[in-house]
Structure formats: structure tokens, C-alpha cells
Write a protein that binds this ligand. Structure first.
Ligand SMILES: NC(=O)c1ccc[n+]([C@@H]2O[C@H](COP(=O)([O-])OP(=O)(O)OC[C@H]3O[C@@H](n4cnc5c(N)ncnc54)[C@H](OP(=O)(O)O)[C@@H]3O)[C@@H](O)[C@H]2O)c1
Length: 109
């Protein structure tokens, strides 16, 4: 039976590459990120090139209850996740101290 991989942050970068590798290895894919058009473009490519089924769920995973919404959508679509590639995120570059949020100023009475 075909296995399904859920890949978050699949629209660009490492997540996109991992989605290609998963599809190449015969996994159906569930792609998640905020950019719906990019995910649909990738879906088209993967389905055509690797003959797998690809499902797209566009959402902002930083939002409250996004994970619950995603799991409900997956259940509603009758899908089962065999592998999770939990890749969505962002990085910053530069000096650690400069990348930290500034402490709040005390308000004067
Ligand atoms: N590249 C590195 O050297 C490096 C090093 C260490 C760790 N990492 C980690 O590896 C992961 C991938 O890195 P990358 O370089 O491939 O980054 P990237 O090119 O910026 O890709 C990030 C992916 O995450 C998605 N994403 C970001 N915020 C999201 C949100 N709130 N909700 C849903 N999707 C979201 C983006 O899609 P949308 O913008 O369409 O939502 C995109 O698909 C990140 O978690 C990063 O922190 C990367």
C-alpha cells in the first residue's frame, strides 16, 4: 500500500527538495505552507513526474489552532499520515545578541 508523507514548509527550500525526494520514492504527499499557488504548482509537477497523489493544505502554522485545523482537514479528506517531515520555519543570520528581542523599557509613573 502506498505510504503518505506530510511535509510542512514544502513551498521552497529544504521542504520543497524533501517533497521531491518523497514523491520520487513513491510516497503520496501532503504539502503544507502559506503559499497556495506554489504548493499547487509543485503538486502538478510531482503528480505528473512521479505518478503519486499530492494533497495541498495552505495555512499559516504559526496561527492559533492551525495544527488542529490541519489534522481535521487531513481526517476529512480520509488521509492517513505515515511520515511527518516537520520542516516549516525560518532562520535569522547575524550576531546572536543583535538578533534577540530588546527588553521592554520600564514605563515611568
Ligand atoms: N537553510 C539552513 O541553513 C537551515 C539551517 C538550520 C535550520 N533550518 C531550518 O530548516 C527549515 C527549512 O529551511 P529553508 O532554508 O528551506 O527555509 P525556507 O526556504 O525559508 O523555507 C521555509 C518553508 O517554511 C514555510 N513556512 C514558513 N513559515 C511558515 C508558517 N508560519 N506556516 C506555514 N509554513 C511556513 C515556507 O513557506 P511559505 O512562506 O509559503 O509559508 C517555506 O516553505 C526551517 O525550519 C529552518 O529554520 C535551515
Amino acid at each position: 500500500m502506498t505510504k503518505t508523507a506530510l511535509i510542512t514548509g514544502a513551498s521552497t527550500g529544504i521542504g520543497l527538495d524533501l517533497a521531491v525526494l518523497a514523491a520520487r520514492d513513491g510516497f503520496d504527499c501532503i504539502l503544507v505552507s502559506r503559499s497556495e499557488p506554489r504548493l499547487h504548482e509543485l503538486k502538478k509537477v510531482l503528480e505528473k513526474r512521479y505518478r503519486v497523489n499530492v494533497h495541498v493544505f495552505a495555512l499559516d502554522l504559526s496561527e492559533h489552532q492551525a495544527v488542529e485545523r490541519l489534522t481535521s482537514s487531513i481526517d476529512d479528506a480520509g488521509l492517513k499520515v505515515d511520515f511527518l517531515i516537520n520542516n516549516a520555519g525560518f532562520g535569522t543570520a547575524g550576531e546572536l545578541l543583535k538578533s534577540m528581542p530588546r527588553p521592554r523599557q520600564k514605563r515611568s509613573a
